[in-house]
Structures are given as structure tokens and as C-alpha cells.
Design a protein around this ligand. Structure first.
Ligand SMILES: [Zn+2]
Length: 275
């Protein structure tokens, strides 16, 4: 079933330009050694078993981290993990690391090839492996093209566009005769919510050509949650206000990502706004 991928240019394993792949990107059926059942799902990365030390595939900023999962759990499927932001809405993820092995912290800039942690089997994993994933514009893509250098994971800081855009938003351009409430009903929301989201003081005053951002409430998980990408200058309080919730609730739902200090959120971090 597995195969060896050779000539890797941007390896997530220290000192290796190849890796044995046990599970490829895409739809799959697999046997779960723990639950003793066959399972099928969309596999949003590739599972790599060669190597021990996990390193950054490209220079990135740490925007997500978890280091406190011990052993098998389906609740925290990714186990101990590191998420790196590389700019241009490109992220790489490193899942199932060994408990306590992660040495980087949120906000760190990690150079290509620098150590992130050690391969493990934490989370939803039946044996030691690295689940490596690449996310571009909120879509999981096949990491192999990036590993082989056919497509490039930018090094954070090297590229022109480090600006983070919330790609879940829909951009609506106001047409003649539009009202905010008519636009809102098109997208299953309210004019109050749109006014708040777009900092519109007078909801009766929108003009032709104006751009209205529609927060996209339907994520690909179809769980009705919003994925919000932190931008520079954001506070939890601001974000909570936008979505008619409280900063305490957002913090509670994202403690895994934010860590112990709710005042410290980092541009590029992905927060889940539960509705
Ligand atoms: Zn995997």
C-alpha cells in the first residue's frame, strides 16, 4: 500500500530527502487498529513514517501549537501539533508529535530546517508517523507537489504579501438599489450583523460600488462554525463584537490555539467561532 517518495526538496524530516508514505492525500479507507473498524474519510495530508526529528519545511511563523496530548484520542485528532504560517495564505501543519517534544512557541519565527519536535503517535494515530498538510486559501492541497519543489512553500518574510486575508469572507459589491437588509437576506444573515462586521455606522447609507464583506458561516466542515484568521491589531474583544459573542467564549473554544494568555493572539492564528 505504501511507497517511498524520493527527491524531497522541502523535507519536514531532518536530514532526509525521501520518506515512506503510508497514507496518501485524498479519499481513503483504512483499518483502525484501536477501534478495530474500517473507516473512510478525506485525508487532508500525507502520513510519513521515515525520520525522527520534525523540522519546518519552510520558514514560518508558529500560529498554532499543542503539546499536552498523551497517547491515542479521537477528540484531539491532530494530537500534539505545530502549525506554521508562511505568508500568501499558505500554512503547513505537523501532527501527532511526541508528547512534550515541541520546543517552539506561538509567535516564533522558525527557519526552514529548524527543529519543531519529535515524531510520535498522539491524537488520532495508531502508530508513529507525521501527518504533514499544506493549506492554501483555506483549502487542503496535496503536499507532494510542495515537498518535491513543483510548487513552492514561501519562506515567511521573503514574500511580498504577508498580509493575511480572511478567505472565508465573500466580497459583495453593492449594486444600485441594494439595501443592507436585502443583501443580508441573500446570505442568511441580518443587516445588523453585516453593519457590525463592516463597521458601517448608518445601515441605511450604503453606496453603489461599496464592498461589503459577508462572513462565510459555512466552513468546509459544515459544522456552522466560522474560521477567523487573526489580523494584526485584533483583540479577542474586537473579534467577539464582530460575531455577537463574548471574548470569554471565543477564548474557551480556542484555548488550545491561544494558550494561557487571552491577551496574546497572533496574526495568522486560526480561531474557531462557534455559533
Ligand atoms: Zn494523516
Amino acid at each position: 500500500m505504501g511507497y517511498t517518495l524520493k527527491n524531497i526538496k522541502s523535507s519536514p524530516f531532518e536530514g532526509l530527502d525521501y520518506s515512506y508514505i503510508t497514507s496518501d492525500f485524498g479519499n481513503r479507507t483504512f483499518y483502525n487498529d484501536v477501534t478495530k473498524k474500517y473507516d473512510s474519510n478525506f485525508h487532508n495530508g500525507i502520513d510519513m513514517t521515515s525520520g525522527t526529528n520534525i523540522v519546518a519545511a519552510a520558514t514560518g511563523k508558529v500560529t498554532g501549537i499543542r503539546n499536552n496530548i498523551n497517547g491515542y484520542t479521537t477528540t484531539y485528532g491532530s494530537g500534539n501539533h505545530v502549525i506554521l504560517y508562511h505568508g500568501n495564505n499558505i500554512y503547513t501543519v505537523y501532527y501527532h508529535m511526541k508528547y512534550g517534544s515541541i520546543k517552539v512557541k506561538a509567535g516564533d519565527i522558525v527557519k526552514k530546517g529548524e527543529l519543531l519536535g519529535v515524531k510520535g503517535a498522539t491524537g488520532y494515530a495508531t502508530g508513529p508517523h507525521l501527518h504533514f498538510g499544506v493549506e492554501v486559501n483555506n483549502q487542503w492541497v496535496d503536499p507532494k507537489d510542495y515537498l518535491l519543489g513543483k510548487k513552492i512553500i514561501p519562506n515567511y518574510g521573503d514574500i511580498i504579501n504577508t498580509e493575511i486575508t480572511n478567505t472565508n469572507d465573500i466580497k459583495y459589491i453593492v449594486k444600485r438599489g441594494d439595501t443592507l437588509s436585502a443583501i443580508a437576506s441573500l446570505y442568511n444573515t441580518t443587516y445588523q450583523e453585516l453593519a457590525k462586521y463592516n463597521n458601517i455606522e448608518n445601515p441605511n447609507l450604503i453606496i453603489t460600488g461599496q464592498v461589503i464583506y459577508i462572513p462565510n458561516f459555512k466552513t468546509k466542515n459544515a459544522d456552522n462554525n466560522i474560521t477567523y484568521i487573526v489580523k494584526s491589531g485584533d483583540t479577542l474583544w474586537d473579534i467577539a463584537n464582530k460575531y455577537n459573542t463574548t471574548w470569554q467564549k471565543i477564548y474557551k473554544d480556542n484555548e488550545n490555539v491561544i494558550g494561557s494568555n487571552p491577551n496574546l493572539i497572533i496574526p495568522g492564528q486560526k480561531l474557531t467561532i462557534k455559533r
